[in-house]
Design a protein around this ligand. Sequence first.
Ligand code: PLP
Ligand code: CA
Length: 307
Amino acid sequence: GGGRGCVTLRGAQIRDLLDSKHNVLFDCDGVIWNGEAAVTGAPEVVSLLKQRGKRVFFVTNNCTRPRENYVQKFSRLGFTDVAEEEIFSSAYCSAAYLRDVARLQGKVFVIGCSGVMKELQDAGVPVLEEDEAADREPGISIYNYPLDPDVKAVLVGYDENFTFMKLAKASCYLMNSECLFLATDPDPWHPLRGGRITPGSGSLTAALETASSRKATVIGKPSRFMFECIASQFDLDPDRSLMVGDRLETDILFGSNCGLSTVLTLTGVSTLEEAHRYRDSEEPGQKDCVPDYVVESVADFLEALEE
Ligand code: PLP
Ligand code: CA
């Protein structure tokens, strides 16, 4: 066991780390907020980083809101100076991928939510309009629903209205090997209040991967694409960029995949024990989930930024 990483940062070390970086990428849920509550001190940290000349970006796997909606959330939670251009969500990046990388000629069949729909619409990516009432007409079943020959991609994300019918349709479209298979993010589940969880996009993607015998191309963290998306709009040097996240398998792995320094905060999903387990593991690949640094909370940055 043993090995590098998981260094708990204190006062002067935080200052040295921040001094060496120009760009700070924050995961959202579990790092700067939990649901509808800002993490204490997070709004001040974001403002102070900007006042010190740092560039700040927000990288979230949450595909349920369009960018403009995040701007409102930031302001509601007391983040006063966050611009739409700084927010990179898995929904926004999925739309960018379909438009700019895949250059999709045809329609997307979406398993997802309004955030995904809005971003696709804003990007000018044609979406198959589903008529859910028509699916419930008497006589309509898995044997005879209509399939649209223009569908050239399936995009799966978080969907609280996921149904067997949607799974059936998506798997039929994926029978065509030319049809792209994308997932907004691989998140397995998310914490809710009161000790509950909700299944994440990854669990719906897994169902469709099984049904189609195919593997989805993941857009969100830990895929490098989200970093490429930011880098295509802003000039980003990975060596001078820091990724701050709460989930080892997405945020920290994302940072490792993109060559960024990584900080784990303990205000979200992953624990220090889990980080140590990755660090002490002998299995290949596990080290990529080990954060370089650990802090209790982003509030620990405050001291280093004040005065
Ligand atoms: N997707 C959904 C549906 C969520 O509810 C959440 C967190 O609340 C996430 C993804 C994860 O978001 P983040 O990447 O900001 O932690
Ligand atoms: Ca998170």
